[in-house]
Design a protein around this ligand. Sequence first.
Ligand code: FES
Length: 69
Amino acid sequence: MGDRLVCICNMVSEKEIVAALKKGAVSTEDIQYATRAGTSCGKCLMTIDQLVQEHEVNAVPDPQQKLKF
Ligand code: FES
């Protein structure tokens, strides 16, 4: 996994999005709230959706985990 810039408008990298997913974000809306990615022009929303879906596939559910933004 590289550290490419996903949201140019808000200067949010893939690394920051993955970090938010690891902290408990489960949707694109969570990512928007946690990082501001996707909250301006919206061109990055498809990429954010993909990262959310990839994380869902790879994630091991942790019922103790709570959102920590
Ligand atoms: S590139 Fe993400 S909101 Fe514009």
